[in-house]
Design a protein around this ligand. Sequence first.
Ligand code: SF4
Length: 348
Amino acid sequence: MREELNAMLPHELKDFMQSNGIAGFRGAQLFTHFHKHQNQSIDSVKGFSASLVEELRQLEAPIGQAEILERIQSPSGDTIKYGIRLTDGQMVEAISMIYKSHNTLCLSTQVGCRMGCAFCASTKNGLARNITAGEIVSQFYAAERDLGTPIQNIVLMGIGEPFDNYDEVMRALELLHDPQGRGMSYRNMTISTCGIVPGILRLAKENKPMNLAISLHATSDEERKKIMPIANTYSIREIVQACDTYFEETGRRVTYEYTVIPGVNNKSSDVDHLKQIFSGRNAHINLIAYHPIKEYEKSHPNEEQLHAFQKALEKKGLTATVRRSMGLGEDGACGQLRAKMNRKGEEA
Ligand code: SF4
């Protein structure tokens, strides 16, 4: 039995109610309260008497919380970055990306990260803790309430490595998928990993047709080891083979995220390596502009450099796109806003 009330599926809430002497159908009402009406408290629950609410409160079951404390909007208005406070006061980030046809939300799955990627601000102080399923869904609901319009897609590309918090992440996605709540299709969910092979293979067996994205960022194991410690554990070959399995099991094409760092990974030899890795594979390469952080002082690629690399890949017969710029300036890099808010907290 799970502890957080807003991390229980309908049948678990039913069991929870019954085991506490409350009618089982109240479980479905409570699930709707959390996941359709997007509440984070039980101060009042539609259909519950005040005495029933009090009875529930007496059980002291926790509810995963996420509250937006800071909101930074890009000048064009189509990207909003949120600083979000979790149940125990820890800070994380989420980003809404507003497109003409849909909205996408990028969510965090851990407070900090222990993967140690050189270019990433989120990992600089290591991992503080995992984010619970109740907190992950609450991030989503908080952002959706803020936007005032539905969010169609989720990408787990914020702070943390989702496969390092596999069970809570999967639970959160099940909650968002449940037809009695938000009813989001698994096809609109993307999990992004730095390349944890057992996680990829486990997800392939889940029978949940989610999208998988791999943070690749280098084209040889030697270069990858310089910027991503996980490369010491899993080679590019092992990762790509696991992705082949994922594609065979789910029919979902895998996306490879590639942060373009000028002079580091946009050389013509990188184009050749990518050709070797992906030719004959149904893969999509998504190019992302590197956002400088002070611990890794490389330059930010300009549009010309990004598109030149994209064209070079296309010339080799590979499918590559350039991700839209966030337009968030110095707070754009993942983990920057959290670091800034933590500093503010320390100074206060
Ligand atoms: S890029 Fe992702 S996996 Fe790597 S340290 Fe940052 S949050 Fe962790």
